[in-house]
Write a protein that binds this ligand. Sequence first.
Ligand code: GLA
Length: 394
Amino acid sequence: MARERPDPWRETIRLFADRFSGEPVLRAQAPGRVNLIGEHTDYNDGLVLPAAIDRTVTIAAGRNGTGRIRLHAAAYDELVEFPAASPGSVPLQGWARYPQGVAAQLAARGIRLAGMDAVITADLPIGAGLSSSAALEVAVSLALEHAAGVTLPARERALLCRRAEVEFVGIPCGIMDQFAVSLCRRGHALFLDCRSLETHHIPLPSGVVLAVCDTGVRRALEDSGYAIRRRECEEAVRWLRGRGRPITSLRDVTVDDLPGVEKEMPEPLRRRLRHIVTENARVIEAARALEGGKPEDLGPIFRASHRSLRDDYEVSSPELDAMVNAALASPGCLAARMTGAGFGGAVVALVRRSEAQRFLAAVTNGYRQHIGREGTFLTAEPADGATVASLQEP
Ligand code: GLA
């Protein structure tokens, strides 16, 4: 049913032979993720429910016997390098900041990095809200660790990659993406409590596929309202604390508290708070629906989440709204909402597997008719988190 996709590994090996002289000795792979529900809750100590998808960033790498780490990214047709002993000394630009930040964090932990050549390929769309940057970070960390002869626990790796993004790249992201990319399990969504960092895996029904409906409008976390939203949440915490509520984050406010605090709170803080509080409650509802084998119950929960992101959190866009409408009007669609940070990017839809092709045809047309531009569509399976493997001698 699904179209055959080219094998990303073959292309990675071919590029390695083309760009470098030696043989790769390791393969590292990290998936993208789609967040089912729990948007903008991670940096409020809240709840999220992402799933990794079977689209990955793939790295072929080998030690090069020099003191340099050299990385070639196929998507940008660009080779960058930095010293293994002091990876962050001369900051690079663009995509290269992510791997450089990871290397700098590993070095800061006392890990002696080895000189390494690596080719990076991806069959994961970049900038569509599928966490291509977290996938890049985690895959690079796995490759660098392997070449240095160390293995961090997956959670520590996730935390380290997040620190790289926040401190080195300068994007104040939460913890969801690196955790999803590192810890997800095939066939499951990952329920993550971003305060305790407790996780559990919730099976997704095999009769449902994940459809990612990309609006084609690119966002960049750096210049979006992402940092503004974070600041507004911090301001809301300060406002509530100033009125005698001993909270540490918006996670501590419950749906029952809302009527008491909502009236007084100034806008837009009132609506930002309402989104976070109700979204945390929706993550629990969604997890229950999945655990109870009732994926059709996700329809109203996803609708409410999208509305809340559109009206209260104000991170949707006309294209995302049009895509949700097009998805909901297409055959087999159980639930649809914007996913990721917003301000462009993609919609996630849960679609009956038996209707996937009809869904894709209808949503493609529907989006074009609603908004007059072309989207990009893919169906994905819930996949395992990142892995690294030594390459066997033939
Ligand atoms: C981006 C960030 C995540 C999370 C989402 C919104 O993907 O990297 O940490 O905040 O936005 O839910």
